[in-house]
Write a new protein. Structure first.
Length: 257
């Protein structure tokens, strides 16, 4: 065999080897690209599934729940109800209770409660944030406190504890006057302190507020004296109003100066 043939054969073999190595390198690079693409796909798929889960939860939680309360149709979101999911009300509205639930003629869940009191509950329910203690504050009208708390008890919900800062609203001589529990408690065993539990419908105005048939300015003047720490020997603002002021004091069981 000649040297020329051996050299040519060697060159051809080396060329084939180089071509084979190049193809292997090309395959290796493509394999790496595929692996990277696969990893990117897995990451993107995981992110998609996570976003999908969040979106589905949002859609589910934002679903509007309709129900009938004392003859009035009301609405709230599923997300709001989830704050009280373990309560009787939450189980009724989320349809997780095994108890039979009343429905109206249109197939809506029916809750036999005062619509005004329930709407007050619903307004607070919409404002709760995740992780926040769930307690409900009664309306400022004294006559509505007891029935509101009774409704909460039936629904498995917790009322807010009484506070001296609780505000009470009265209609005094056709003017709205507000004061705190603290002020009314300063004159115990009087008809004024009894306003805390006033619930006689005959003594209410059209909006359910206790109606007191007195001069609103004289009533405010009395409250101002009580707020300053005075519990007896109340004094009228002037001589002209003294008679009317003392009549009001007598009706409340309080002593004039």
């Amino acid at each position: 065999m000649s040297i020329e043939y051996i050299s040519a054969n060697s060159i051809a073999t080396n060329a084939q080897s180089d071509s084979y190595s190049a193809k292997l390198e090309e395959l290796r690079q493509k394999r790496e690209e595929l692996n990277k693409a696969r990893q990117t796909f897995e990451v993107e798929r995981a992110e998609y599934e996570k976003e999908k889960e969040i979106a589905l939860k949002f859609i589910k939680d934002s679903q509007v729940i309709q129900f009938n309360v004392g003859g009035q149709l009301m609405f709230t979101s599923r997300a709001s109800v989830l704050h009280i999911a373990d309560s009787k009300l939450g189980q009724i509205l989320l349809e997780t209770t095994g108890d039979r639930v009343s429905v109206d003629k249109n197939g809506k869940k029916f809750l036999d409660f005062n619509p005004t009191l329930f709407r007050h509950l619903l307004e607070q329910l919409r404002l709760f944030e995740d992780g926040e203690p769930i307690v409900f504050y009664p309306p400022t009208t004294p006559s509505q406190v007891a029935p509101f708390n009774a409704m909460l008890a039936k629904l498995g919900l917790k009322p807010a504890p009484e506070s001296d800062d609780d505000i009470f609203t009265f209609n005094v001589g056709d003017e709205i006057v507000q004061t705190t529990r603290r002020t009314l408690k300063r004159v115990p065993n009087s008809k004024l302190s009894n306003l805390l539990t006033m619930n006689n419908p005959a003594d209410m105005d059209a909006n359910g507020r206790p109606f007191l048939d007195y001069d609103p300015e004289l009533f405010r003047y009395l409250l101002a004296q009580i707020q300053s720490g005075q519990i007896a020997d109340f004094e009228a603002p002037n001589t002209e109003s003294e008679a009317a002021f003392n009549v009001m004091l007598n009706n409340f069981g309080l002593k004039p100066k």
